[in-house]
Ligand binder design. Structure first.
Ligand SMILES: Nc1nc2c(ncn2[C@@H]2O[C@H](COP(=O)(O)OP(=O)(O)OP(=O)(O)O)[C@@H](O)[C@H]2O)c(=O)[nH]1
Ligand SMILES: [Mg+2]
Length: 721
């Protein structure tokens, strides 16, 4: 038997890097009795950060799932990484959960990723509860954090708990629903006792309860009336209204505690069960024409949101059942690959331990081992009918390295392993450099690529070396040109004949904002579709518009795709420095053919020749990626950091206080930011942090462009020598 859908809570822990999600995950499992000992991130023995690279870096890299029981409910808890390079896992988790707990650092308050993930959770319309953590730390301030959260996320952010004391004097929490105080005696399970609200906090507690009740009353008119008439509202009524309110984002309860001391976790578990919706309460999921309701007597639909590649255990897929039930030993259809998969091992996780189960009902989250083809983003269903969720909007990989097997003969092994890792992480881009033929691996940041290298070694036993990051320059044109391409060969037997005339021009706004992701105005977030991932830059055709204007069949229509293929091939390596060409409209206007000698290959070669010639004459220019740089530093370093950014061709955009730090935003070319990490470290004495995001492409200043063109010439000569 499986857990009934109305007894399930699916909850993702999300938030800024280092806010304490993994520590909270650990404490919740400990408090619920799933694990016997409270592990610590610093000791490398937590349940969810159990990969060697997570332990070494003391941060989460992959999402981790564990289930627990509380008050007769099954809670499926997902710990997610806060580091923006691994955001794919956080977004995947948000997609399959009704609820998210935003873990907030009580010293820093709202941070960059908190706000970004909030926007995503809002798009997905999921219930949100906030846990203000780290209240034991120096300079932590629950009430300051609460005000910040309100300022950032609106007036419906409301405390359902307040702390007793702060920093090292933090003693427990006051529950504003029942107006009871809980004093912490020890970090042991159940190590707290119910007490009177301390006199010193009574006034404050009353004031905050009033704010809470104002919000609660707003959810229901009937409740509002009784509240205004001064009637007593019961515990059940309050949590009922809270649940109603959280379900579709009308109330965002704020609770608090200290994850590493297991303080506040028992109350948080209560809040998960009482204030957050079950899959039934949250309602059906609409995918295209389909309404997937959490009912077990309907056909199966389960969505795979995470794949873990393991060279030994094979693939483990984490899934969420939306409708029907997924049973051990059954056959289901993968609607993308159109094949039958046999459901061998169904697993649920209790801490690190995998437990076999017979079936998962609607609304539940679990794991399945050893499927053949299934991977993240796929649907397992009773019927092989196409079903697709809108692709996750993921950031574009901007940090590219050339990767080489350390020992000769290992190239294939490296490539296969990279492909496996890519299955697990859709933000990895693999392609060959059209110019040098090198294998390029691109990720979201330096850390991201370093993690890939570590995983190649740890999981697949292959050593690789990385060459310094390469800037993914592009080329485009500023002018128009006409060109003629002809491929003709007569050397006995059947000849080769292809002939075409083309006209090219810049593709409107693409000439300055050449990256498809950067168009559409949203400069702050460059994103691309998960499914639309280019597998190689040569295949990325987003920025070519090919217009067929052939009249009267001067080129037979069967050869026109061949011309286009040639045009694309020429665009894969531009005429200036061999970088991919973007943002061009090509009109095929004229041509001729030969009844016997014409072939696809001949027309393709004619297309290549015409395009290369046209590009030469259309004022080709080099484009470079411009990044949005967000730097968080202590205030006293702001001047130095801005001075340094200016020397990197950067333009400061503004700054604002962010918790105890100042956040500076600036634009700067990627080429100048490649070695930023060690420099920022030395300017700030290790106190600074930064993120880079692709904003747009811009023309490279002339003197630098000349240098790049010169270097490319040298490389090409060397490659052909
Ligand atoms: N003093 C104090 N330290 C905490 C608390 N919660 C977490 N920490 C510490 O803060 C650091 C980061 O905690 P994690 O639990 O790894 O944070 P995270 O949100 O999982 O981090 P990422 O996975 O990298 O996003 C660790 O050293 C924890 O021991 C807390 O409540 N109080
Ligand atoms: Mg973590």
């Amino acid at each position: 038997m499986h857990t009934a859908a109305d007894r399930i809570r699916n909850v993702a822990l999300v938030g800024h890097r280092g806010a304490g999600k993994t520590s909270l995950f650990e404490a919740l499992l400990f408090e619920a009795g799933v694990i016997g000992r409270l592990g610590a991130v610093a000791d490398g023995n937590t349940t969810s950060d159990n990969e060697p690279d997570e332990r070494a870096r003391q941060m989460s890299i992959s999402a981790a799932l564990s289930s627990l029981e509380w008050s007769g409910r099954k809670v499926n808890l997902l710990d997610t990484p806060g580091e923006p390079s691994f955001v794919a896992d956080a977004l995947g988790a948000l997609r399959v959960c009704e609820s998210a707990i935003f873990v907030v650092n009580g010293v820093m308050g709202v941070e960059v990723s908190t706000a970004r993930l909030w926007a995503r959770a809002a798009e997905l319309d999921i219930a949100r509860l906030l846990f203000v953590n780290m209240l034991d730390r120096e300079r932590a301030d629950f009430f300051r954090a609460l005000e910040q959260l309100k300022a950032a996320f609106g007036q419906h952010v409301v405390a359902t708990e307040i702390p007793i004391g702060s920093e090292h004097e933090l003693a427990g929490v006051i529950d504003l629903v029942d107006m009871k105080a809980y004093r912490q005696d020890s970090a042991e399970r159940g190590g707290w006792s119910e007490t009177e609200i301390p006199a010193a906090h009574a006034e404050q507690a009353r004031a905050y309860r009033e704010k809470l009740m104002d919000e609660v009353a707003e959810v229901s008119d009937a409740l509002m009336e009784r509240y205004l008439e001064g009637e007593e509202i019961s515990h059940e009524e309050i949590v009922g209204a809270l649940k109603e309110g959280t379900n579709h984002g009308r109330i965002f309860p704020v609770v608090c505690g200290v994850a590493t001391r297991n303080l506040g976790t028992s109350r948080l578990l209560d809040a998960i069960v009482e204030d957050l919706p079950s899959p039934v309460k949250h309602g059906a999921l609409t995918v295209g024409e389909l309404e997937l309701a959490p009912a077990e007597d309907r056909e199966l639909y389960a969505y795979v949101f995470k794949t873990r590649a393991d060279p030994f255990a094979g693939r483990i897929n984490l899934f969420r059942v939306y409708q029907g039930a997924l049973r051990h030993d059954s056959h289901v259809l993968n609607t993308r690959a159109h094949l039958k998969e046999r459901i061998g091992q169904l697993l649920t996780f209790a801490g690190k331990e995998a437990v076999h189960v017979e079936e998962f009902g609607p609304g539940d989250i679990g794991a399945v081992a050893k499927l053949k083809e299934t991977r993240s983003g796929d649907w397992l269903a009773a019927r092989d009918e196409p079903i697709e969720l809108p692709a996750l909007k993921l950031p574009a990989p901007v940090m590219a390295f050339a990767i080489e097997a350390a020992s000769r003969g290992d190239e294939d092994k490296v490539f296969t392993a990279l492909r496996r890792l890519q299955e697990e992480d859709p933000t990895i881009d693999l392609h060959r450099d059209a110019q040098t033929g090198e294998q390029i691996v691109a990720g979201l940041s330096q850390v991201h690529v370093e993690v890939i290298v570590d995983r190649l070694r740890e999981r697949f036993g292959v050593e690789v070396s990385l060459k310094p990051p390469r800037v993914p320059y592009q080329e485009t044109i500023r002018g128009c040109a006409k060109a003629h391409g002809r491929h003709k060969k007569q050397s006995g037997g059947r000849g080769q004949f292809g002939d075409c005339h083309i006209e090219i021009e810049p593709l409107g706004d693409a000439a300055t904002h050449s990256d498809p992701a950067a168009r559409g105005g949203s400069a702050a977030q460059s994103e691309r579709a998960e499914n639309g991932r280019p597998t190689s830059h040569a295949d990325d055709h987003a920025d070519l518009e090919f217009v067929n204007q052939i009249k009267g069949g001067v080129i037979p229509s069967s050869f026109i795709p061949a011309v286009e293929k040639g045009v694309r091939e020429a665009m894969a390596a531009g005429v200036l420095a061999g970088y991919p060409v973007k943002g061009v409209r090509v009109r095929l206007v004229d041509g001729s053919y030969h009844a016997v000698d014409s072939s696809e290959i001949a027309f393709k070669l004619a297309g290549v020749a015409a395009m290369r010639d046209a590009l030469e004459h259309a004022e080709p220019v080099l484009l470079e990626p411009i990044m949005l740089v967000t730097v968080s530093v202590p205030e006293e370093c702001v001047g130095d950091v801005i001075g340094d950014l200016n020397s990197r061709r950067g333009h400061p955009l503004g700054m604002e206080p962010s918790g105890a730090l100042t956040e500076i935003k600036a634009e700067a070319p990627m080429a100048e930011m490649l070695s930023y990490a060690p420099d920022l470290r030395s300017i700030t004495g290790g106190q600074g942090d930064y993120t880079l995001e692709l904003l747009r492409y811009e023309e490279v200043p002339a003197h630098l462009a000349q240098k790049l063109v010169g270097q490319a010439g040298v490389q090409r000569t060397a490659a052909h020598a």
